[in-house]
Design a protein around this ligand. Structure first.
Ligand code: AMP
Ligand code: MN
Ligand code: MN
Length: 329
């Protein structure tokens, strides 16, 4: 059932043993929301555990308590509530769903959310799940420490491209401002996120060599990067930001990055200027937001590319059709 922020707060208050989790391939929103809510619940004297079916990416290890995050090895018994953050479908939490059997509360902002949980609070207008966690903490009059503010600022800033993307609202900036008042240091957070091992910078020429641009006439262009297994072997999850190169090319409507994580496992990232790429990703079992979405395709690289390019072209034509109809009315 759908719940309000107030009801979500009540569910947390009534629970004693709480497990928090978020999506695999965690991003800043996943990590920051998880760690901020963890800090609050711990301060409330709750018995709380963070489980994640993935590694914590190197770039988020500046956030306090990242090392308290555990893998879903064994069954966790007698859990009152499983809180699922920033995940739009149950598959996204991986094995955590197998080791915890408890009522689920899903707090999320994906327009593609499948409403799979027992209780859900979804606000697709929010730029990040971090905004929702902030609202929840305000609702319960929580003491927001400097570390919690840093985690939430990281969550929000990373999901809206540091306040540059279309999801950045007045509310996003207001919350960010309040988090800075509470001790978040934007320059330190952005520096931590931007600092990379030298090898990641040195691989850039190889990555940019894979750039392909398809001209779709009046509908605009599709620009793509393809990271084959041998390119990826040099650096694991350090591809954040690469998609901005095709995305920033003049005339490009849809940017795509293909990552060959296995022989028949292709992770696809999609970005757009106006086309709804979440619908496109959803059609392949993924999800996301209107202008940033993703999916995984279990086909060889060339087949996956052909499927996605074809779907992207169709989505662009559809959007152009709608725009024409609106203009003609
Ligand atoms: P990414 O391209 O990985 O940065 O993801 C962009 C957006 O799409 C994020 O909001 C992700 O949560 C979402 N997303 C990416 N991959 C998937 C997937 N396999 N299933 C559902 N949502 C996804
Ligand atoms: Mn996320
Ligand atoms: Mn998010």
């Amino acid at each position: 059932m759908e719940v309000s922020i107030k009801h979500s707060a009540k569910l947390l208050e009534q629970a004693n043993h709480i497990v928090l989790t978020t999506h695999i391939h965690p991003d800043g929103d996943a990590m920051g929301s998880l760690l901020a809510l963890y800090a609050y619940l711990l301060a409330q004297g709750k018995c709380v555990k963070m489980l994640l079916d993935d590694e914590v990416p190197r770039s988020f290890k500046f956030l306090v308590d990242w090392d308290k995050i555990e893998g879903p090895q064994d069954m966790v018994h007698e859990v009152d509530l499983l809180v699922i953050l920033d995940a739009s479908d149950l598959e996204r939490i991986g094995k955590v769903k197998e080791v915890v059997k408890a009522p689920m509360l899903n707090i999320d902002h994906h327009v593609s959310n499948l409403k799979f949980a027992d209780y859900w609070y979804i606000d697709s207008q929010a730029a990040a799940t971090g905004e929702l966690i902030y609202q929840l903490l305000i609702e319960v009059d929580a003491v927001i420490t400097g570390n919690m503010a840093a985690a939430l600022f990281t969550a929000i800033a990373t999901d809206c491209g540091f306040f540059r993307y279309a999801n950045t609202s007045a509310q996003t900036l207001k919350i960010a401002s309040e988090l800075v008042t509470l001790g978040a240091k934007p320059h330190m957070i952005s520096e931590s996120l931007d600092t990379k091992p030298r090898a990641v910078i040195e691989i850039l020429p190889k990555v940019l060599e894979t750039l392909e641009v398809i001209d779709c006439g009046a509908n605009g262009q599709i620009a793509m990067l393809t990271l084959s297994q041998d390119i990826l072997a040099n650096f694991k999850d350090e591809t954040e930001g690469f998609i901005n190169y095709p995305r920033n090319i003049e005339g490009v409507e849809i940017a795509i990055m293909f990552k060959e994580t296995g022989e028949r496992s292709i992770r696809v990232s999609l970005r757009s200027k106006s086309v709804d790429v979440s619908a496109l990703a959803l059609a392949f079992g993924g999800g996301g937001h209107a202008r940033a979405a993703g999916c995984t395709i279990t086909e060889p690289l060339s087949k996956a590319k052909a499927l996605i390019i074809d779907a992207a072209k169709r989505q662009m034509a559809k959007t152009a059709g709608v725009n024409h109809a609106q203009r003609d009315n």
